[in-house]
Design a protein around this ligand. Structure first.
Ligand code: AHR
Length: 524
């Protein structure tokens, strides 16, 4: 009897140990046979506002600059962004959009009126970069323009004429003006935003008031020729579920004809280390800050799920898409820089934040039609930093370049079980992952190891019974706050990765601590 009790006790302890060690295992299971949703390439979109040195100096230097340029636009920046495969660019703001009057930014540069950029540092905007220059930039980048109209301080007529100037091929006063400014044919811009943050800097409106404004502005933003506009309405700030609920309820009561005036609803959510009161330094941070930043960025998934649940209630056919047109890290400005210019460095922590968010967006590819990181150059979580003729490619740039394989791929459903990453008794899943299949059948798996201290061994069940060739790339660095600086050898770049073994349909990957990894799996 005593022996039996001993045996049972031992068996019980063994069972607990086995389960415990299982719970510690990291397992990703791919289901390529169930892949059906295409990842919209526009999820990899960007945002450039008239803010600090994003447009001026970062993109636009003018034709007479000693910095190499094509019609005033920096060649080094364009070349780097083309390599990253930028799919779209949102402009001119942001808060700037709701006090921008587009007619001040066309025609001979020396005749353009100036204005004060009241949102961003109170500096004088000389309007030398306007509609024609922006659309030239998009053509040089090979990307789709996204133009945000002025609903806050502009008029319906002004918005309507802007669309006509850009998109019409008829004979009209606006198209004559465009031709006089050197552009014969219409640009056919599809994506138009109707205001920006109308609940805040765009006019402090209630959702009910904004919805009525939206209908007016959107109605007179006409389709020309075969170009059907995709009209993006101002959506919620972070977790303002009442905004989403009201917008969708009012939209659902409209006729199908009027419903076409709102094709997308935006969401703005910035990652803050410890809230607006304690944004913290972009480079001088400890593991607690690392943890709270990664936890804050993971909240994007919860916000998307909750806003989508409201949208689905009123729109079961999914006519309205979700457009996350501002996201990314927002830290304190670099010491000694203009507080209104939002210039911040970019470390390995930013690379992880980019990787986690892009995985979240991929995994919601059925409902997210576009996302735009804020911002492209010299502002917030940038791809590129410039100082006079110098240019730095940030860790975030390298993540976007690495993840470009997902653009237009078909999302592979996955299941993930993984160990936790714990700091001071608080935990997060230690791994983030998404996967897609490209048109040639190759699978791409992007993995983030959030743990800055430990390598993570991950077993990937590939879901195919074929011999495969696997290759990989990794972004990591010695320290969590390493960054790339002017005149220095870059520390955070993409490198070849081969810490994996393949056998019997399984791939065992040794994910380095604090890393972003992309694996390509090709059938032999
Ligand atoms: O990206 C900076 C600012 O953040 C944008 O202008 C505004 O829309 C948001 O509040």
């Amino acid at each position: 009897m005593q022996n039996l009790a001993k045996f049972l006790a031992t068996a019980f302890i063994c069972l607990i140990l086995v389960n415990f060690s299982r719970a510690q295992e990291n397992i990703v299971t791919l289901q390529p046979a169930k892949a059906k949703t295409v990842i919209n390439k526009n999820i990899y979109g960007h945002f450039a506002e008239h803010l600090g040195h994003c447009i001026y100096e970062g993109i636009w230097v003018g034709e007479n600059s000693a910095i190499p340029n094509v019609r005033g636009i920096r060649t080094d920046v364009v070349t780097a962004l083309r390599e990253m495969a930028i799919p779209n660019l949102r402009w001119p703001g942001g808060c700037f959009a709701d006090e921008y009057h587009w007619k001040n930014g066309i025609g001979p540069s020396e005749k353009r009126p100036t204005m004060i950029n009241t949102n961003w540092g109170g500096v004088t905007e000389d309007n030398s970069f306007g509609t024609n220059e922006f659309l030239d930039l998009c053509e040089q980048l090979g990307c789709e323009p996204v133009i945000t109209g002025n609903v806050g301080s502009g008029t319906v007529e002004e918005m309507s004429q802007w669309v006509e100037y850009v998109n019409s091929d008829n004979i009209s006063p606006m198209t004559d003006l465009r031709k006089a400014n050197g552009r014969q044919t219409a640009w056919k811009v599809k994506f138009w935003g109707l205001g920006n943050e109308s609940w805040g800097c765009g006019g402090s409106m209630s959702p009910e008031f904004y919805f009525d404004q939206l209908m007016r502005y959107s109605n007179f933003a006409r389709d020309y020729g075969d170009n059907r506009l995709y009209r993006v309405a101002v959506g919620p700030n972070v977790d303002d579920y009442n905004w989403t609920e009201t917008m969708m309820r009012l939209w659902s009561k409209k006729s199908p004809w009027d419903q076409r005036l709102m094709n997308g609803l935006s969401l703005h959510y910035y990652t803050l280390c410890n809230g607006w009161g304690d944004k913290g330094s972009a480079t001088a941070f400890n593991e607690k800050d690392w943890f709270s930043t990664l936890r804050a960025t993971g909240r994007m998934d919860e916000l998307i799920n909750k806003h989508l649940a409201i949208m689905d209630k009123y729109d079961p056919e999914h006519k309205v898409g979700l457009v996350v047109d501002e996201w990314g890290n927002w830290f304190d400005v670099e010491p000694g820089t203009n507080p209104g210019f939002l210039f911040q460095q970019n470390t390995l922590r930013d690379a992880l934040v980019a990787g986690i968010n892009l995985n979240i967006f991929n995994n919601h590819a059925d409902r997210i039609v576009m996302a735009n990181i804020a911002q492209m150059v010299n502002v917030l979580q940038s791809m590129i930093l410039t100082r006079k003729e110098q240019m730095v490619l940030t860790p975030t740039y390298h993540v976007f370049k690495m993840y470009k394989v997902h653009q237009g791929g078909t999302l592979i459903p996955i299941t993930l079980s993984c160990r936790d990453y714990t700091v001071d008794g608080e935990s997060l899943p230690s791994i983030s992952v998404s996967a897609s299949k490209d048109t040639s059948g190759k699978m791409h798996v992007t993995l983030v190891n959030l743990d800055p201290n430990s390598e993570n061994s991950v077993t990937v069940n590939m879901g195919i019974n074929q011999n495969v060739a696997v290759s990989g790339e990794v972004i990591t660095s010695k320290n969590m706050n390493d960054y790339n600086d002017f005149g220095q050898v870059p520390k955070v770049v993409a490198a070849k990765f081969d810490k994996f073994k393949v056998s019997n349909g399984q791939l065992v990957v040794a994910l380095p601590s604090k890393s972003v990894v992309c694996l390509e799996i090709a059938a032999k």
